[in-house]
Design a protein around this ligand. Structure first.
Ligand code: SF4
Length: 573
């Protein structure tokens, strides 16, 4: 098969949104020239490495991840957990947002030494993608109902605008899909080596400072590329953002591709393209291509970028398979040239860089007037953890106060949109009564935590409860602290909670306590930031804390920062 011959598209399982009018080019143009000089041996399809070079690639070649949907409906949901083919269980199920969750009671010391099947519980985490982050109240109520009926009431808002449920049984999955798809939601490609949820500003279309509303571009990208077998076997996961938010709330710097709202010299609003950002064990800030993309070109450019990733991305080693490694080797200039020459078939004009934004508060928490005169009300669930009943109450409160829309932020928080001015304070009180603060402490507002050992098979330590305890302790000990300070808590060396770009990043690991015993703890990264002066937190050699001592440690750091900072000086400065 020639390098760019993708499998034939066979429809889009799980696609629930009505298709927008498609552009003529449903997949990117094929490269005319594949003779670029590049290092050999990385498993790039475009260099002829079509034979799988590792187990993951072999599984993907054996059967497309999207094909597991029909087996779940026809076989696994009827015959039960034990009927699931192991290659589906630990691989292809992810193409529909399904991961087996961690078997309870296995401590973090065993994470690396047990076989995957020893860590597997018989229940699943299910990730629901919310592209662009906005939901109508009917959609929110459907998620709440699924949580209560099939997920023991669990619901976590992630830092990528997904909602994750736990305790899901395979028998329930077809009905869950039916309910989601009936309201235009889906789990298709919520995980796996695929184009995952597309981040968007929760205030898109209403924010008074918005540069451009990116919702139509998100819908078009979703309709053209999600569930398309031409792009369902990427070298690894692919994270994207499309937003015209002036506060840059979708953290474009650390996405695989990001379209950032700008206005060019002619006064035309469009997008600046960034590629190759990402965190985890080799964090990199994305690079600007320096090209101006008109709104009607976004989907084509998105398709070109995932086409490059599919064809030229490194497939030999999983830890080098993200697009950031390719971008780092090529540089932005070469990447843009290949995008233009081989995938778009035309040049893109140069364009401006986005205006720099303050990094300290990108979260849209609080009350603010929209451009139509109504208000949005952003509030802070603790580290994204809510439940089915709470989501239903949020829907009821929003409706009772004249709103029909909510949105998820990329900071594990939520916003209710379109609230008439005279009903704002009543809504604030109603949210407060169910523990959701619109004017939260810095600690409640700016602490995030990943899933951690409660459910995640890669975790070494507990995170959500630890971070919740930390918030409570800091609120009690430092009640007057009001400076911006981000605290991100991770359960392992991956970076699902973005530890490297937090003021205080906490990487879960086992540490030795005063008695010489191994206990849960964290390695500390200090001073990470995005925005005008991006940089990754510094890992101070030997700087670790036990989970028990974490509140003492953070209290000391926060107090010293409050005492020593000069006016407006950020933590990272
Ligand atoms: Fe799991 Fe590690 Fe990601 Fe946390 S950072 S959710 S522990 S993989």
């Amino acid at each position: 098969m020639p390098p760019h011959s993708a499998p034939r598209r066979e429809g889009k399982p799980g696609r629930a949104r009505p298709p927008l009018e498609r552009s003529r080019m449903s997949t990117p143009a094929r490269p005319a020239n594949r003779h670029h000089k590049r290092p050999r041996g990385e498993g790039q399809w475009a260099l002829g490495y079509r034979e799988p070079l590792n187990k993951n690639e072999e599984n993907k070649k054996n059967d497309d991840g999207l094909n597991v949907r029909q087996r779940i409906i026809d076989v696994y949901s009827k015959r039960g957990f034990d009927s699931i083919d192991p290659a589906d269980l630990r691989g292809r199920m992810r193409w529909y947002g399904l991961y087996t969750q961690r078997k309870p009671g296995i401590d973090g010391g065993k994470t690396a030494i047990l076989e995957p099947e020893e860590l597997d519980d018989r229940y699943f985490m299910l990730r629901i993608r919310i592209d662009g982050g906005q939901l109508d109240l009917n959609q929110l109520r459907v998620i709440a109902g699924i949580s209560n009926d099939f997920g023991r009431g669990t619901a976590d808002i992630t830092d990528r605008q997904n909602v994750q449920l736990h305790w899901v049984e395979i028998e329930s999955v077809p009905e869950i899909w039916e309910r989601l798809e009936a309201v235009g939601l889906s789990t298709t490609e919520a995980c796996g080596d695929t184009p995952r949820v597309i981040l968007g500003c929760p205030l898109a279309g209403v924010d008074a400072d918005e540069v451009i509303d990116g919702r139509e571009q998100i819908r078009e990208v979703y309709d053209r590329f999600i569930g398309d077998k031409a792009f369902s076997n990427l070298p690894r996961k692919f994270k994207s953002a499309i937003s015209g938010c002036a506060a840059h709330c979708t953290v474009h710097e650390i996405n695989d591709v990001a379209f950032v709202g700008v206005v060019n010299e002619a006064g035309e609003a469009g997008f600046d393209v960034w590629v190759g950002g990402g965190l985890s064990t080799n964090p990199m800030i994305g690079k600007r291509l320096g090209a101006f993309v008109r709104p009607d070109q976004v989907a084509d450019v998105y398709g070109g970028v995932i086409g490059i990733f599919r064809d030229y991305g490194y497939r030999r080693l999983r830890h080098r398979a993200r697009i950031k490694f390719l971008v780092n080797d090529w540089g932005a200039e070469k990447f843009r040239q290949i995008l233009q020459d081989e995938y778009l078939g035309h040049a893109l004009p140069d364009g401006p860089a986005p205006a720099l934004a303050d990094d300290t508060r990108r979260d849209h928490v609080g009350v603010r007037r929209q451009r139509d005169g109504k208000f949005y009300v952003g509030f802070a669930p603790k580290v994204g953890r809510v439940d089915g009943d709470t989501l239903a109450k949020i829907a009821d409160l929003a409706e009772a106060h004249g709103s029909n829309r909510v949105a998820m932020t990329v900071e594990q928080k939520m916003v209710i949109l379109d609230v008439p001015e005279e009903r704002v304070e009543s809504l604030v009180d109603g949210l407060d009564a169910i523990g959701l603060k619109v004017r939260p402490s810095t600690f409640r507002r700016q602490t995030m935590a990943c899933t951690g050992i409660e459910y995640c098979k890669l975790a070494i330590v507990e995170t959500k409860a630890t971070a919740t305890t930390l918030i409570h302790e800091l609120e009690n000990r430092l009640p007057d602290f009001e400076h911006p300070l981000t605290i991100n808590v991770n359960g392992c060396p991956n970076s699902c909670a973005r530890i490297q770009v937090a003021d205080i990043g906490l990487k879960g690991q086992l540490v030795v306590d005063e008695k010489g015993e191994q206990v849960e703890g964290f390695q500390i990264h200090l001073g990470g930031s995005l925005g005008a002066t991006p940089g990754f937190g510094r890992k101070v050699r030997g700087l670790k804390t036990t989970a028990e001592d974490l509140p003492d440690y953070v209290e000391r750091v926060a107090s010293n920062y409050a005492k020593q900072r000069s006016d407006d000086e950020s933590f990272a400065a």
